[in-house]
Design a protein around this ligand. Structure first.
Ligand code: GTP
Ligand code: MG
Length: 459
């Protein structure tokens, strides 16, 4: 990773737009501006910090104007990357922007990698890793809640909470290490109790952060719901009910749906990914078999399965097989076709499956609203809200927190068992290191690459 060269990229999406922005960051930014730009009022080319100018991009070889633009120079550290930055607001045509970028690259400027501007903001210490991640989330947010969450992380709520934890841990570490200089005296009883108290409070904090991660993930990634059942029970009809349109093909022929049909909508501001699947049954048809394999894989990965039965027919062997296969903890049993005379022998269904049971007609829509309520309860949507609590929202964060809690536990156990101060310090340091993985103080190049390669070019 270099920080001493200058990078450039088009920061707006490729296509036609009112304006398109080209961003340049690094020590050459100002110089490039003075070579390639001309102010409209011809007041010399010196660029002042944080001023917007009207002018032209000029080809320095031919002297020809390329575009009429606004431009802006920000001196480090007061810019997105915390480096000298030049932004050119040009007309947003793909060819126009490409021509300007080409002129810039000809001046020995390097094209930025995806996410490299944000990477620099992080490497220069302007933002931490949680904030960098929240920028991707903000760009990708599709719901109000996801947007709120990303913004609260970006503006530093999470960062502040974690910094507080780090400071408290360092306090303990300093106390312990002070004893190392006078080992014969050991840790006084009163200090030991105080340290223990703080350690327990920190651990509680970490555990709370961990509990919130699942909520954060639901807000950020949404919830995956799979509709499953044997052929012809009305899975595709139910999908269409959710979307209020004829999205999936519905016919009376069993085995109509072959491939997974993926759709998205919102329930109480949370993004839902809803999947219709091939009817599950034993079959010799190779196409259907592949569809069934996929259906089973999606059921395994789902947050919630809607297991559909046909209320107008007796329970079949295929139904039984599916009931035995699903995880009751993440399944809602849905009995469909209540507009027809009931013929389902419900007593054959295990009680734990019937505990969460909804009856409806996908044809008439009767009973559908109670299914929505059951879903909201089942995935705890009602409880999700973004408030002032700091929230972490990634698997990566969860792993690091687990590690931190574990190290802290071993520190606390060590205190109780009279472990020597130098060993206590080791546990504290590994707790701090785990927390450093979240903020990025202690993070491998691979993790960094994984995070920043998700960005688009120009961000
Ligand atoms: N009377 C009645 N018919 C329904 C209802 N829901 C679905 N059907 C009918 O049942 C048949 C099968 O519906 P689909 O939605 O295609 O069933 P599926 O479970 O997706 O079937 P496969 O894709 O073959 O697995 C169609 O003729 C639907 O019109 C309902 O609530 N009441
Ligand atoms: Mg279908």
């Amino acid at each position: 990773m270099f920080l001493n060269d200058t990078i450039a990229a088009i920061a707006t999406p490729i296509g036609e737009g009112g304006i398109g922005i080209i961003r340049i960051s690094g020590p050459q930014a100002k110089n490039i501006g003075e070579i390639l730009l001309r102010k409209a009022n011809r007041s010399g080319m010196a660029l002042e910090d944080h001023r917007i100018y009207h002018g032209f991009v000029v080809d320095p070889q031919t002297g020809a104007d390329i575009d009429e633009v606004l431009f802006f120079y920000a001196q480090k550290p007061h810019s997105y990357t915390a480096e000298d930055t030049l932004e050119i607001q040009a007309h947003g045509g793909a060819l126009n922007l490409a021509k300007i970028l080409e002129l810039i690259l000809k001046q020995n400027i390097r094209m930025a990698e995806p996410g490299e501007f944000t990477l620099r903001a992080y490497l220069n210490g302007r933002i931490d890793l949680v904030q960098a991640e929240s920028i991707i989330d903000l760009i990708r947010a599709k719901t109000d809640k996801a947007h709120e969450l990303a913004l609260s992380q970006l503006t530093g709520r999470t960062t502040n909470a974690i910094q507080k934890i780090e400071t408290d841990l360092y306090q303990i570490l300093i106390t312990i290490e002070a004893v190392l200089d006078f080992p014969e005296e050991g840790l006084p009883e009163i200090t030991r109790n105080k340290v223990k108290e703080t350690g327990i409070a920190i651990q509680q904090n970490l555990k709370e952060l961990m509990l919130q991660i699942n909520e954060g993930r639901k807000i950020r990634e949404g919830i995956g719901i799979v509709i499953a059942g044997r052929p012809n029970v009305g899975k595709s009809s139910l999908l269409n009910c959710f979307l209020q349109e004829e999205r999936a093909i519905v016919t009376e022929i069993p085995g109509t749906t072959r491939d997974i049909i993926e759709t998205q909508f919102q329930l109480q501001g949370i993004p839902i990914r809803l999947y219709d699947t091939a009817g599950l049954r034993s079959t010799d048809n190779p196409i259907e078999q592949i569809g069934i394999q996929k259906a089973e894989q999606y059921m395994d990965e789902a947050d919630l399965v809607l297991l559909l039965l046909d209320g107008s027919e007796p329970l079949t062997e295929d139904d039984q097989a599916i009931i035995n296969k699903v995880d009751p903890a993440k399944t809602i049993l849905v009995i469909n076709k209540t507009d027809l005379p009931p013929r389902l022998d419900k007593e054959k269904i295990p009680a734990n499956m019937r505990a969460k049971q909804v009856e409806l007609s996908a044809l008439t829509g009767n009973g559908f609203s109670s299914l929505e309520k059951s879903i909201i309860n089942a995935v705890g949507l009602g409880a999700i809200r973004v408030d002032d609590r700091p929230l972490l929202s990634r698997v990566r964060h969860k792993k690091a927190l687990e590690q931190a809690v574990e190290s802290l536990q071993s520190f606390l156990d060590g205190l109780d068992n009279g472990l020597s101060e130098d060993l206590l310090a080791v546990d504290l340091r590994s707790c701090l290191a785990a927390i450093g993985e979240i903020t990025g103080k202690n993070v491998s190049e691979e993790v960094l690459h994984g995070i920043f390669s998700q960005f688009c070019i120009g961000k």
